[in-house]
Structures are given as structure tokens and as C-alpha cells.
Design a binder for this molecule. Structure first.
Ligand code: PMP
Ligand code: GLN
Length: 390
């Protein structure tokens, strides 16, 4: 659905989310959906059981404002166990309805009209919508393609700062490029944020889905905890993308701003899934790294398949996604290619140009490998039989 004449100006000009659009196209055409990132195998059975138990034993009314204490405590333990970050679960953790609500509440709670927010380009689409809804202005810093990877340059970041800059919105591991920001790249974020007294909001939903290069949370860099709000969720780490259980962590001042907005968005988040998410974090701490090891094999399967078809593929260090450059195929842009692809090949992928202000993403296309190997193989077979040139 697109915005109509009646839609408020704060939403005008924001295109409908491409993920919903392309998944609908996949359903309509019977195509293999390598577009939207959601696994086709659910997360651990024991966690589902815990959710059922919670439903049956009375976790069916409003939770406390910041979320179920068991979840806040489990999130605090998770941050400590994995990263050595100490959090007070009562004041420095808030449960959100997925990281998506965390993003919305962080931006609404921290960005004033006219404030500039630096985002890494390609950016995740909900950042753009929320910055506009808050009356903010985005300043995109392009991750530069370099040796099969997409990198953040400190000078680009420095050049994006103006007197109106309020926030740097980071995403690591990064959707859609699969980049895991290095210590040096994060050091540049820290340097710029400190020099200009900026808040950093960091979306780390793919924190556990890395393939060898460790994820470094922004909040662990020297001096950064005090100015960093970290967002994550159960969706990717435990293959429950439909649960929409997330959390925001950081200093009380920043978490308080999230809560100030969150209380008017959803008031509180769904009760029965929070104890189950707490159980997953506490009792199945190694499950996400096992998932990552398995996902790594599927990454290799997809990247090898796309490579054999002659597509130029960047092999990602993390996430669900691989990016190809389709310049050689002769299409005007990735959007035209992706809209033709279901008919041509029976496969759906995501064009990246909508995630860029600059022209740098015009020929880039994202493919997910969070599907079963046989689904990935079927997609590659279909692509191999089709004429992919314009
Ligand atoms: N941030 C990024 C970078 C994502 O890819 C996604 C989508 N899964 C989200 C946030 C949303 O997470 P959630 O499903 O927990 O709302
Ligand atoms: N984050 C997923 C993706 O990038 C699904 C879309 C969404 O959560 N809005 O494909």
C-alpha cells in the first residue's frame, strides 16, 4: 500500500517497505523468496514450549513498563557474559516490540525536529522512515565497496558532521552488506561522536550471526558506554523473527528516552513471549553460534552458486545476506532487474538502490541465504536456467 493524499505529510515520500512488497510478489508468482530475511526453520523447540507454558500459566496481562523483569535480567546477563558490559536491569534495559520499536522509540525519543542523524548507506529502511517521522534529517555516509566488502572510511564520517548533527545511527553487523565493522571503523565512530558530543544508536540484531570475524559492540569502546544506546532482539539470534521481542540497553538517560517514547507507542510489549526470550538467552546461550556455523555453510552455498552464474558477489562476514553487482547484465538498475526476476527465473531478491541517497547502489541486489539448503539450491538452479541479461 502506498501513501495517499490523506496520509499525513510526515509519511509522504516514504516508499512502502520493499520487504513486504517483494514477499507479496514471491507469493503471487510462486517464486523462491530470497528477498525478505526470515528463516524457513523455526528456532528451538524448548523456547516455544516455554512460551506455551507462559500463555497457560497466566502471563497474559500487561507487563511492567520497561518489560518483564526476567527478560531485563537475562538481557543484562547476556551483555555481561558476551561483552563484559555491566547493566542495571532495572534502569538500563527496556524491552521493546522487536528492534523495530527500539529504533522507532530511540529516534522519536532522542531526535528533535531539524536534528541531523548520520546513517551508514546502504541503510535499513525503517531508519529513514523514523527519522522523517521525527522531523530529523538524515546524512548518509556510504560504505565503500572494497575488495569484496563494504567499508566505512573515517574521513567520510568526519565530513558528514555539521553543527546540527545529533546522532550517529550505526548498524553492525550490517544489513544489507554483511559487513562487521572493525575496531578501527568503530574507533572512527567513537572519535567523531566524542569530538562532537553525539549520541550513538547501534542496531546489533545480527550480533551472533558472524562467520569468523567477531562482532564488537560499539558500547565496549573506551568512553562509549555513556553515549551509546544498543538495540537487539530475539528475531535473528534465535530464528523467531515473528516474535518481535527486542531490547534497548545503555545508560539510564538514553534508555529513559526510549521508554519515554515507547510508553506512548505500545505502552508495553507482549507478555508471554518475554519469559520465553529470557529462557533462550539464559539457557540456550550457545544456540546462536551453532546457527551461525550452519548459516556460514549456506552462505557459501549461495555465494558459490551465484558466482558460478557469473554474478559478481561480495561474500559477507555476517548476517543473512549476500550482495551482487549486476552491472554486467545490462539492466538500467537493480529495481528493474528484481521486478523482472520472478517472471524470468522464479526467484525474488531485493534491490538495494532504495537504501541509498547516492547512486552507489543502483546496480546492487541482495539475496538471503537464511533458507534451507534445498531452497537455496533450487533458486540457483532456476537462475541457471534463466536468461538473466536485460
Ligand atoms: N534492524 C535490522 C538491521 C534488521 O535487519 C531488522 C530486521 N530483521 C530489524 C532491525 C528488525 O528487527 P525486529 O524483527 O526485532 O524488529
Ligand atoms: N529485516 C529483514 C530483512 O532485511 C526483514 C524485514 C523487516 O524486518 N522489516 O529482510
Amino acid at each position: 500500500m502506498t501513501a495517499s493524499r490523506l496520509t499525513a505529510t510526515r509519511l509522504q515520500g516514504i516508499p512502502p517497505t520493499i520487504f513486504t512488497e517483494m514477499s507479496a510478489l514471491a507469493v503471487r508468482t510462486g517464486a523462491v523468496n530470497l528477498g525478505q530475511g526470515f528463516p524457513d526453520v523455526d528456532g528451538p523447540e524448548a523456547v516455544i514450549k516455554r512460551a506455551v507454558e507462559a500463555l497457560e500459566t497466566g502471563a497474559n496481562q500487561y507487563t511492567p513498563g520497561p518489560g518483564v523483569p526476567a527478560l531485563r535480567e537475562a538481557v543484562a546477563r547476556h551483555q555481561h557474559r558476551n561483552y563484559g558490559i555491566e547493566l542495571d536491569p532495572m534502569t538500563q534495559v527496556v524491552a521493546t516490540t522487536g528492534a523495530t520499536e527500539g529504533i522507532a522509540a530511540a529516534i522519536l525519543g532522542l531526535v528533535n525536529p531539524g536534528d541531523e542523524v548520520i546513517v551508514l548507506e546502504p541503510y535499513y529502511d525503517s531508519y529513514v522512515a523514523m527519522i522523517q517521522m521525527a522531523g530529523g534529517v538524515r546524512r548518509a555516509v556510504t560504505l565503500r565497496p572494497e575488495g569484496g566488502s563494504f567499508r566505512l572510511h573515517a574521513d567520510d564520517l568526519r565530513a558528514a558532521v555539521t553543527p546540527r548533527t545529533r546522532m550517529i545511527l550505526v548498524n553492525t553487523p550490517h544489513n544489507p552488506t554483511g559487513t562487521v565493522l572493525s575496531r578501527d571503523e568503530l574507533g572512527a565512530v567513537a572519535e567523531v561522536a566524542t569530538a562532537h558530543d553525539l549520541v550513538v544508536v547501534t542496531d546489533e540484531v545480527y550480533e551472533h550471526l558472524t562467520f569468523g570475524i567477531p562482532h564488537v559492540p560499539v558500547a565496549t569502546l573506551p568512553g562509549m558506554f555513556e553515549r551509546t544506546l544498543t538495540l537487539s532482539s530475539i528475531g535473528k539470534s534465535y530464528s523467531f523473527t515473528g516474535w518481535k521481542v527486542g531490547w534497548a540497553t545503555g545508560p539510564q538517560e538514553l534508555v529513559g528516552a526510549v521508554l519515554a517514547a515507547k510508553q506512548w507507542l505500545t505502552f508495553v510489549s507482549g507478555a508471554p513471549l518475554q519469559p520465553a526470550a529470557a529462557y533462550a538467552l539464559d539457557e540456550l546461550g550457545s544456540w546462536p553460534s551453532e546457527l551461525a556455523a550452519d548459516l556460514r555453510g549456506r552462505r557459501d552455498l549461495l555465494c558459490a552458486g551465484l558466482g558460478e552464474l557469473g554474478l559478481r558477489v561480495s561474500v559477507p562476514d555476517a548476517t543473512y545476506f549476500a550482495v551482487t553487482d549486476i552491472s554486467d547484465l545490462g539492466w538500467p538498475d537493480g529495481d528493474t532487474f528484481c521486478r523482472a526476476l520472478p517472471e524470468r527465473a522464479g526467484v525474488v531478491a531485493i534491490p538495494l538502490q532504495g537504501f541509498y541517497d547516492s547512486d552507489a547502489g543502483r546496480q546492487l541486489v541482495r539475496w538471503t541465504f537464511c533458507k534451507r539448503p534445498e531452497v537455496i539450491e533450487e533458486a540457483v538452479v532456476r537462475l541457471g536456467k534463466a536468461d538473466l541479461s536485460a
